[in-house]
Write a protein that binds this ligand. Structure first.
Ligand SMILES: Nc1ncnc2c1ncn2[C@@H]1O[C@H](COP(=O)(O)OP(=O)(O)OP(=O)(O)O)[C@@H](O)[C@H]1O
Ligand SMILES: [Mg+2]
Length: 252
């Protein structure tokens, strides 16, 4: 069984079909990249997978279970996490607090228990802090834990977002242009980090414009064009596909 299966997905914004007749599946344990020109529908697809947008039609299955109509927090709880194309960092909070936000999906305490600071809540907070710290360590940021996020370099904030997305211990991680705005050194570090995420057992769905990064780390690549699947295959197959070259790779 595929980890993620998308069946005949469609999303219309008024007269525009941002995603149309899209079907594909993602096997567990791989780095699966989605590429395509600006406006091809990549971010829309992520928003559909996490039900930030409801699809106009079609269905999405995660581990064989239909998740199409589940609210975003339930999808997150099932094990799908994401990073955003635009940084979503709380600049007035410390680095570790930002990461702890990603763990709170898993916390079980109710409002009353939290307000009363019951021992169970204090214990849980300790556990959340520990999970957040481990995610920071994994991303090479433990030395920044207590620093305020505001004022840190962009490259560190991008890694912080990855740490937050990992803190909830997802099985599937959606990354929307993680290399955008990074310099060559930061991109090389990110490349290693994504490989380590995959090696740790997390399946990665990667949207990226950096073609050398995509071709180096992906097992499978899907090309979107005007919301439709243009091609799907290994990086080698995609690089020599004439339709892909004409529509996309040839441009740059
Ligand atoms: N909320 C929305 N309302 C109306 N149109 C939208 C909305 N979100 C996206 N679109 C349109 O859907 C199409 C796909 O946009 P999307 O952001 O998914 O592209 P993308 O592949 O992520 O592009 P980029 O590479 O620039 O990030 C575009 O034409 C965009 O203008
Ligand atoms: Mg986008």
């Amino acid at each position: 069984m595929a980890l993620l299966e998308v069946k005949d997905l469609e999303k219309r914004f008024g007269g525009l079909k941002a995603i149309s007749g899209l079907s594909f599946s993602v096997e567990k344990g791989i780095i699966f990249s989605i590429i395509g020109p600006n406006g091809a529908g990549k971010t829309t697809l992520f928003n559909l997978l996490t039900n930030i947008y409801a699809p106009s039609s079609g269905a999405i299955f995660f581990k064989g279970k239909e998740i199409t109509k589940l609210p975003p927090f339930k999808i997150a709880r099932l094990g799908i996490s994401r990073t955003f194309q635009n940084l979503q960092v709380f600049l007035n909070m410390s680095v570790i607090e930002n990461v702890m936000v990603g763990c709170h999906l898993r916390s079980k305490s109710g409002l009353l228990a939290s307000a009363l600071r019951l021992p169970s809540v204090i214990k849980e907070e300790k556990m959340v802090r520990q999970m957040a710290y481990e995610a920071l360590e994994f991303c090479g940021l433990p030395q920044y834990a207590s620093r305020p996020a505001g004022g840190l370099p962009y490259g560190i904030l991008k890694k912080l977002e990855v740490a937050r997305s990992l803190a909830s211990r997802p099985e599937l991680l959606l990354m929307d242009e993680p290399a955008a705005g990074l310099n060559d050194t930061e991109t090389a570090e990110l490349c290693q980090l994504i490989k380590r995420i995959c090696d740790s057992g997390v399946t990665v769905l990667l949207v990226e414009h950096n073609m050398s990064l995509v071709m180096e780390i992906s097992q499978k690549v899907l090309v979107l064009n005007y919301g439709k699947l243009l091609a799907e295959g290994s990086p080698e197959e995609i690089q020599k596909n004439p339709e892909v070259i004409a529509a996309y790779l040839g441009e740059g």
